[in-house]
Design a protein around this ligand. Structure first.
Ligand SMILES: *Cc1c(COP(=O)(O)O)cnc(C)c1O
Length: 424
């Protein structure tokens, strides 16, 4: 099936007489005839549902849709994008370990890595996405467990050279984890370029309507953990909390990583997505391919308008020839990137704030990738906790305005921008 068809029909194939739409299994628990049957589930000897903190059929059905879209072998939903990125790394790294990450990443992820996970004893080295292979090599240590980056960074909009990062990661025997939130699998499928694990904040375009917070983790099944048993003991040696199951032996490369994340991390940390939210997510994805096309068309028209406006100091949108991400975007996202644009209003922070106050159709919201156009000033909101130095490394200047073009008529969005700029 093509991507468009997977958006509509992926993950769920009802049999004769079954519901056409994904059923919402709003149940915490599942009934069994004997304790013995249930015991087998607890020992991972049989597959099945017993408690929705670990697995729920609605969530699994929607995860399967995203898995098909990304071309992976296994996937799971999480309660948020933050939980997905935390799980992606914590599943293979623990106290005393080290991770290499691109510096232009989402502010919340930066905080998770640089502050919270650091407190858990995991060290991060941040590298510029534009670094040379030599600079990237130099960031590795003997205890490095993974490399992380965003296909299209939020909000810096830098495009990651996925092949370059995958090549160097693999030379060090580490997987590449890619947060593919902004382009979605409609715009880019990182596994096709060598990435090993993909994460999503499904809160954004996948849901697409600003209705449910959620995340997803997808495994390509291609990273061979068993080549490095000392580096990945959690996947390659027995888990005593399951009577000595070795994940790579029992579930193979296709299932080991996601099974471990489900039965260990989800069991113990419980960052689940609710079946209701998963249902809304599944419904959103059915129109993802139609929406992404419109988001990209609108963003292109808006970017071209802003580019020539006398009150705009600079603009970043990888669909504009001459943009630093233009060539990479042509390679990794030939059918369009996303609907988010960042730009600076001449006059800096105060001009940006005055401009935003004048907007009528475009709302100020701590959100992106919504059907409705919205905008944000990251330096005073999502990236507020970062120092000037960290802001610069994250690619967020203090005048940066992040505009998320919705799927309204492009002329209406442009008219709103024009009147707000005219008023300052
Ligand atoms: C929003 C976002 C996150 C965090 O996701 P939540 O669903 O808000 O927890 C992570 N990565 C990127 C690229 C994001 O845009």
């Amino acid at each position: 099936m093509k991507t468009e068809t997977k958006c509509v029909q992926g993950g769920y194939r009802p049999k004769n007489g079954e519901p056409r739409q994904i059923p919402i299994i709003q149940s915490t628990t599942f009934k069994y005839e004997t304790s013995e049957a249930m015991g087998k589930l607890f020992d991972l000897e049989a597959a099945g549902y017993f408690y929705s903190r670990l697995q729920n059929p609605t969530c699994d059905t929607v995860a399967a849709k995203i898995c098909e879209l990304e071309g992976g072998t296994a996937a799971m939903l999480t309660g948020s994008g933050q939980a997905a990125n935390f799980f992606a790394i914590f599943n293979i790294a623990s106290c005393g370990d080290h991770v290499v990450s691109s510096s232009t990443i989402y502010g919340g992820t930066f905080n998770l890595f640089a502050v919270t996970m650091k407190r858990m004893g995991i060290d991060f080295t941040f590298v510029s996405p534009d670094c040379t292979e030599e600079e990237l090599h130099a960031a590795f240590r003997p205890n490095t467990k993974a490399v992380f980056g965003e296909t299209l960074a939020n909000p810096a909009l830098t495009v990651l050279d996925i092949e370059k990062f995958a090549k160097v990661a693999h030379e060090h025997g580490c997987p590449l984890i890619i947060d593919n939130t902004f382009p979605t699998p409609v715009g880019c499928r990182p596994f096709e370029w060598g990435a090993d694990i993909v994460t999503h904040s499904t809160t954004k375009y996948l849901d697409g309507h600003g209705s449910a917070v959620g995340g997803c983790l997808v495994d390509s099944g291609r990273f061979d953990w068993t080549k490095y048993p000392d580096r990945y003991p959690g996947l390659c040696t027995p888990d005593e909390s399951y009577h000595g199951v070795t994940y790579t032996e029992r579930f193979g490369l296709a299932g080991a990583y996601i099974t471990k994340a489900t039965v260990q991390l989800m069991r113990d940390l419980g960052c689940v997505q609710s079946p209701q939210s998963a249902y809304l997510l599944g419904l959103g994805i059915e129109s993802l391919h139609v929406r992404m096309k419109k988001h990209c068309e609108n963003a292109q028209a808006v970017a071209e308008f802003l580019q020539n406006h006398e009150k705009i100091g600079w603009i970043t949108y990888c669909g504009l020839p001459g943009d630093s991400g233009y060539e990479l975007a042509k390679k990794y996202m030939p059918n369009g990137s996303c609907g988010v644009i960042s730009f600076g209003v001449k006059g800096g922070r105060s001009a940006a704030e005055a401009f935003m106050k004048n907007l009528k159709l475009i709302s100020i919201a701590t959100h992106v990738a919504d059907a409705r156009s919205c905008c944000l000033h990251p330096a005073s909101s999502t990236h507020r906790q970062l120092s000037e130095e960290e802001l610069a490394a994250a690619g967020v200047s203090s005048d940066l305005v992040r505009l998320s073009c919705g799927i309204e008529d492009a002329e209406d969005i442009i008219e709103d921008l024009a009147q707000a700029l005219a008023a300052i």
